[in-house]
Design a protein around this ligand. Sequence first.
Ligand SMILES: *Cc1c(COP(=O)(O)O)cnc(C)c1O
Length: 352
Amino acid sequence: MITLSAPHISDAERDSVLRVLDSGMLAQGPEVAAFEAEFAARIEAEHAVAVNSGTSALHLGLMAAGVEPGQEVIVPSFTFAATANAVRLAGAEPVFVDIELDTFCMSAEAAAAACTDRTAAVMPVHLYGHPADMDAFGRLCDRRGLLLVEDAAQAHLATWNDRFVGTFGLGMFSFYPTKNMTSGEGGMITTSDAELARAARLLRNQGMERRYENEIVGFNCRMTDLHAAIGRAQLARLDEWTSRRRDIAARYDRELTSVVTPCVAPAARHVYHQYTVRVLERRDAFVDHLHENGVGAGVYYPTPVHRLPSFGLDVDLPVTEAAASQVVSIPVHPRLTDDEVSRVIEVVNAWS
Ligand SMILES: *Cc1c(COP(=O)(O)O)cnc(C)c1O
């Protein structure tokens, strides 16, 4: 089976974990601080705050920015549930809007139309590694005085007009094992606002900056030094892996014939967390065809978040519904060999 994702774990990660174990310092410590500094430097962000998951990054980021009960946050429904869960966990209401079919990202026009006097923030998702339209969302948030939050869980090193995602607004990344880089579990909040970064650090650690001088009520969402050490080893190879993902995607773009290949906006550098095609008819039979021929395939996401039992909302989002019924992600991770990529192309193109 050619797997859909596979974390790249080498001696660098193994040695890092052993180094931390031998140090005796297992919880949040110097490795976390180094990981934050290195991650911030790599994406040219001013501040980075590491936490124990991407979901925590979104949740604490929203709280640190002052999002609170009674407010609304505009989100896409075509995303992983964590995007909207974080809004609800912060006490606010997610308002679900439609996407653009070519990039699968939230429509800035639809977001503008959904603004009310309760809207606090707009939270596009850089889905599959393709940046949402940061020009349009930047203008919308400037015009209305709204907070721009970027769910960049799938988009490490993606850029919009040569600027890294996660630096346009309040950024959030995930290091779950299937993402473009991993720390086991983990997440990162990125911001240019020193006060917001400090608030996130307080929320992460029981409201303490100095030990036993708790300033606010906070969580324990700390990242451990073990996880940070894995993350640092991964970050050192992220450029190489991203190039490999982009090379594989370029081959698919050229050679796939039987499916609709993904669009890339002119301002975007896509990092292909997923290579997601559209199959206009009999999508589920296409997935079966891939599986029967030893090619991993996934549907992200089969049910729009607003219709999940956890939200259960009746909203009309026709583009989201179309995407949910057509998308299929095929293997694009950097551990694929050229022969495996050829095999994926052969199997996809055999579909008719
Ligand atoms: C993975 C993911 C998250 C959550 O990250 P975790 O590290 O799994 O908590 C949030 N949003 C999107 C779009 C994701 O893909």
